[in-house]
Design a protein around this ligand. Structure first.
Ligand code: G3P
Length: 220
């Protein structure tokens, strides 16, 4: 399973990519705004740090506008993936861009019907937003299960990219369901390493190692 970081914070990306476990990046206009960076220069820098796919969202509503923006962004680095919204115009743009060899990630997917259309359009990635569904008392992971089943049934090549992840349990559920990718905020990435019993065990081993050394010294 691949894990992407869902952020445009260049310093965080640099620090966490050093683990060697960051397979890609997803950004959106909100994340770029939060990072307080000029869009294009931030993307160029991110693409140098992470060699995997880096999703970049343009603006526009018509297929023509979306294609124009995606072509511009794709010139910034070879690993740029064009993020397009889940609309009929967005999927028209997907068909054009994928034919040109520009990979696409369809964002803001909230139903299995939408996900089916994304795969039929030939997108490289489909991004169901699980946290936002949970927020309105729907079941985000149930949607992921439906999409994984439908894609497997027909052998669609589109990868399921679980987005709007809020906690490690979302990642674990996504992995159990066989989703290809989860894109996670930096704090969730960091939490995936953690368990209080690991910390307790490390402290205990450390203490016992020191005690053993002390008692050996005492015997000399
Ligand atoms: O990848 C999509 C993500 O950025 C949306 O997350 O937490 O704003 O729903 P959130």
């Amino acid at each position: 399973m691949k894990i992407f970081l869902d952020t445009a914070d260049v310093e965080k990306i640099r620090a966490l990519a050093a683990t060697g476990l960051v397979d890609g990046i997803t950004t959106n206009p909100t994340l770029i705004m939060k990072a307080g960076r000029e869009h294009k220069s931030a993307i160029v820098e991110i693409c140098k740090i992470v060699k995997g796919p880096v999703s970049v969202e343009g603006i526009g509503t018509t297929a023509d506008e979306l294609v124009k923006d995606a072509r511009e962004f794709s010139k910034l680095a070879p690993n740029v993936v064009a993020k397009v919204p889940m609309t009929a115009e967005g999927l028209k743009a997907v068909r054009i861009l994928e034919k040109e060899g520009i990979h696409t990630n369809v964002t803001l997917v909230f139903s299995a019907g939408q996900a089916l259309m994304v795969a039929k359009a030939g997108a490289s990635y489909c991004s169901p937003f699980v946290g936002r569904l949970d927020d309105i008392s729907e079941d985000g992971m149930a949607l992921v299960a439906e999409i994984v089943q439908i894609y497997a049934q027909y052998g669609f090549k589109t990868q399921v990219l679980v987005a709007s992840v809020r906690h490690p349990e979302h990642v674990i559920e996504a992995a159990k369901l066989g989703a290809h990718i989860a894109t996670v905020p930096p704090d969730v990435f960091e939490k995936l390493f953690k368990h209080p019993l690991t910390d307790k065990g490390i402290r205990q081993f450390d203490e016992d190692y020191r005690k053993a050394l002390e008692s050996l010294k005492g015997r000399k």
